[in-house]
Design a protein around this ligand. Structure first.
Ligand code: AHG
Ligand code: MN
Ligand code: MN
Length: 333
């Protein structure tokens, strides 16, 4: 089985970019080790701190953030990093060209129940125009030059795109290397499986309410086929299932909290996952616009997410055309 670096070399990925990706993986191996140690590692549970979005930080969120941030900055290949766990952009080498946005630990509420979690990353280049701090990162998802996630599940996997399809690698713990296990991820066009947090149903807007209602009616309804539902509550692991066996993953804007109509973050959750899904032949939208076309205005902004198998996403988007309603989120493009 092929190791990561020769595979990326073969794909003509620039050496410095390979180094940045490899650095993320060195940090990921350390995170994976600590996660697999579980309670033995002494890093489970909550700290008393809250992150910039007011959520309680898990100790492992903090540890993972620190590890990834410091290792990336030490490479001298990274100009700046943005993280879910950092208020502001952290600057690195002024002469370096790479920008890395990341969610150090996604689905962190799963840690306490020994469920799957992950690290999501999005790599951009310093823009041509003069920009500083946050402005550096305010680029559309289409500007990403690489993106992916590391899933810490029963096995630890890297799912990566550099704009030339999607590859999956599995960590071989015996040699400490990621080995190529799926050469070309292809997302089936059709699916009979959906992922959404159903407990939010009463807060959804009418397009989503009608769409899910038709899925639930199964072969007795207009869709004329039965649908299964899965929800792991970690985007990494839910999207990994979609990339592995098809599906549609949704976290739509809702009216639960008018201050926060969307849950998922554009720069380090929705954009990198959209890049993977589109590169695997799928589709990704807010319901109204393609996610990777959105011009961000803040590194921590949140967005409505509908992604996965192409025909199913299209069918969901049909409901957004048919059922007009006020948007709880602000249109971005
Ligand atoms: P994070 O742990 O980085 O804050 O992200 C959690 C996100 C995402 O991974 C997942 O899809 C979603 O929150 C789960 O939300 P619910 O709690 O509504 O299930
Ligand atoms: Mn997350
Ligand atoms: Mn997180």
């Amino acid at each position: 089985m092929q190791r990561l670096i020769p595979v990326l070399n073969n794909d003509h990925v620039p050496l410095h970019l390979i180094s940045v990706i490899n650095t993320l993986l060195i940090a990921a191996k350390e995170i994976s080790f600590r996660l697999h140690q579980g309670s033995l590692a002494g890093t489970l549970g909550s700290t008393l701190d809250e992150n910039v979005q007011g959520e309680t930080q898990k100790k492992l969120d903090v540890v993972s953030n620190q590890l990834i941030k410091s290792m990336l900055l030490e490479t001298n290949l990274v100009h700046a990093v943005a993280s879910e766990e950092e208020d502001f952009v952290v600057m690195g080498n002024p002469d370096a060209k790479y920008l890395v946005a990341f969610d150090p630990l996604d689905g962190s509420s799963n840690i306490d129940i020994n469920g799957s979690v992950g690290t999501i990353f999005s790599i951009l280049e310093k823009p041509d125009h003069p920009a500083e701090g946050t402005e550096l990162f305010l680029q559309t998802g289409d500007e990403q030059i690489a993106a992916g996630y590391i899933l810490y599940g029963p096995s630890t996997m890297l799912v990566l795109t550099t704009g030339n399809g999607v590859k999956m690698f599995t960590l071989d713990h015996s040699i400490g290397e990621f080995l190529l296990t799926v050469e070309k991820v292809t997302l089936a066009e059709q699916t009979q499986e959906f992922a959404i947090n159903m407990s939010n149903r009463r807060f959804w807007t009418s397009p989503m309410e009608h769409y899910i209602s038709d899925l639930l009616s199964g072969e007795l309804g207009v869709r004329k086929k039965n649908f299964n539902m899965r929800w792991n509550a970690a985007m990494v692991s839910d999207v990994h299932r979609v990339l592995s066996r098809s599906g549609i993953f949704m976290y739509p804007a809702d009216c639960k909290n008018p201050e926060k109509p969307c849950k998922l973050r554009l720069m380090y959750e929705a954009n990198p996952m959209s890049f993977l899904v589109e590169q695997a032949g799928g589709r990704s939208s807010t319901g109204y616009e393609r996610i990777m076309s959105i011009q961000p205005t803040d590194i921590h902004e949140r967005v409505s997410v509908i992604m996965g198998s192409r025909a199913e996403v299209d069918s969901c988007l049909g409901y957004y055309k048919k059922y007009q309603c006020d948007r709880p989120d602000t249109p971005k493009v």
